[in-house]
Write a protein that binds this ligand. Structure first.
Ligand SMILES: Cc1cc2nc3c(=O)[nH]c(=O)nc-3n(C[C@H](O)[C@H](O)[C@H](O)COP(=O)(O)O)c2cc1C
Length: 503
């Protein structure tokens, strides 16, 4: 299977495209009553089937010897030992060593809540461009990543949650991060003024500026010395005020609510996405070619975000495989902890690789062994529940980011908890599959309720999930084809009725 079906791209946006999540389909599938051994066989078949187009097949990571690790025994040991206590101390509720990754075009509040109901202890939003955030979600038609409505916490159940941001300017990243944690407590213009100065809508010239609490100036880009005095005049003190209001808000709850309540427990800076440069400015993974700029962003965001909220950073293992890029990674990685970042999540592919080819768990193993005191999370090639425990045992990472392996497969989280409790991972029954699809659909309707003809639009949006859910069904290929053909709410309900036992 490829990411294109009938000429239409199924799901995903921009550089995080659906092809990247496409997996070959099994010719057979798991049904109610099958054993987990049957299930493992199906998953193995998925892993072995070659992918078409530029899709990444579920391939084993580069991890010689990992296949010999007894995932069951490892899971049990981890269950007995528990998660590294520093993690729930930083983020209450993060109580198991795995979480749902940021997945642009997928990991909205609906997907996150479905994952949580299946045992996922922590989620990350998709990457949101700082400018999209500062623009209030409007006026950035070309923004090729997350939408605001996908990133707003989905009510009390959608916690603990990391809000992920990505961008090019330290000042804008800092203001965007603050806007996220404050849940838009002030006007959009105020945040823009923090980032861009008094004339945020007008010609703001080639440079940005920002002064943060404590008077330290960060975020001049590119740096020049002469305009120190300009800062005062241009309203950057608003950040100081913002900080004061946040400090107050811990007591009186002010400053949380513009987007409907509890904010984010973590701000996650994306220095990993293989997104293209715009106007020759780095963002996402391109920052791995410009470590100074990356470090400025990390500093600006950490200073803007109130101390009680953890900051984390998502990295690739390098931009490419040259020694210079390996060095850049080390510099950014070291700086992150020095600046006060709680953890890094390292995707063990290069930016150049995008999502192709195996991730390199050997890299993670070496990294963790060289920095035993640091909290490191691992990402890359987590396709089935056993991979979670194999990655932990093989690399020593403190938690595992589950990405493509959980699209249409929230049961991976339930299975992980079962294995940690010493039980065999259970296969979803048909009724459980139906319930998960329905729940996902109804939650998605809540996310999209302001869309025009939201039920039809949501049904079409659900195709990309439906084709992934289909792989659990006894008639996987038939279901997949029917999911692809969904173009209205009526079609969606018809597939559910026909294949999942009706209402
Ligand atoms: C469609 C798609 C969208 C993604 N969006 C994000 C994102 O918004 N933020 C992020 O940190 N990582 C994103 N990633 C990267 C994943 O979180 C993960 O690091 C990567 O897929 C490697 O893990 P895997 O091989 O187990 O899928 C995305 C990946 C894909 C395939």
């Amino acid at each position: 299977m490829t990411g294109r079906e009938g000429g239409r791209v199924l799901g995903g946006r921009g550089n995080y495209n659906a092809a990247a999540v496409a997996t070959p389909d099994p010719n057979t599938s798991v049904s109610e009553g099958t054993t987990s051994a049957d299930h493992a066989e199906v998953v193995e078949r998925i892993r072995r089937t070659p992918a078409g187009n530029n899709a990444t097949p579920p391939s084993p990571a580069i991890a010689p010897g990992a296949e010999e690790i007894d995932a069951r025994r490892t899971a049990e040991e981890i269950g007995e030992r528990g998660i590294d206590p520093r993690i729930p101390a930083l983020v209450p509720g993060f109580d198991a060593p795995f979480f749902q990754a940021g997945l642009a075009g997928y990991s909205d509040a609906a997907m996150r809540i479905v994952a949580r109901r299946h045992g996922c202890p922590f989620c990350v939003t998709e990457a949101l461009l700082d400018r999209t955030l500062l623009a209030g979600g409007r006026g950035f038609d070309k923004a090729d990543l997350g939408e605001l409505h996908d990133n707003i916490p989905g009510g009390p159940e959608d916690h603990p949650l990391a809000g992920q941001i990505m961008g090019s300017e330290p000042g804008e990243m800092a203001a965007a991060a603050l806007k996220m944690v404050e849940q838009r407590a002030r006007t959009d213009r105020e945040y823009r003024v923090m980032a861009l100065g008094e004339n945020p809508a007008g010609d703001r010239g080639p440079r940005q500026h920002l002064r943060l609490p404590g008077g330290k100036q960060v975020g001049f880009w590119p740096p020049e010395e002469e305009d120190e005095g300009l800062l005062e005049a241009q309203g950057c003190e608003a950040f100081v005020e913002a900080q004061e209001r946040m400090a107050g808000s811990e007591e009186d709850g002010a400053g949380r609510g513009g987007w409907g309540g509890r904010g984010f427990e973590v701000i996650d800076v994306n220095l990993a996405c293989p997104v293209k440069k715009i106007e020759r400015k780095a963002r996402g993974g391109h920052w791995l070619t410009e470590p100074e700029g990356a470090i400025r962003i990390l500093e600006a965001v950490r200073e803007a975000v109130p101390g009680h909220i953890a900051c984390a950073v998502k990295l690739r293992r390098a931009f490419d495989d040259t020694p210079e890029m390996a060095e850049n990674f080390e510099r950014i990685f070291d700086a992150a902890y020095r600046i006060g970042y709680a953890w890094t999540t390292v995707h063990a592919r290069t930016v150049q690789q995008k999502y192709l080819g195996p991730s390199r768990w050997t890299f993670l193993r070496d990294l963790v062994s060289r920095h035993p005191g640091r909290i490191v999370f691992g990402s890359g090639d987590i396709w089935r529940v056993e991979d979670i425990f194999r990655m932990i045992r093989y690399t020593g990472v403190h938690a595992v980011s589950v990405a493509r392996g959980c699209i249409g497969n929230p049961w991976i989280f339930r299975q992980a908890r079962e294995m940690m409790a010493g039980r065999a991972p259970s296969v979803p029954t048909l009724e459980e599959q139906r319930q998960a699809l329905l729940t996902h659909f109804h939650l998605s309707l809540a996310v999209t309720r302001r869309w025009r003809q939201s039920e039809d639009a949501t049904s079409r949006m659900m195709r990309k999930f439906g084709i992934k859910f289909a792989q659990h069904h006894p008639r996987a290929e038939e279901v997949r084809l029917r999911m692809i053909a969904v173009s209205s709410a009526a079609d969606w309900h018809a597939v559910l009725d026909e294949f999942y036992g009706g209402a």
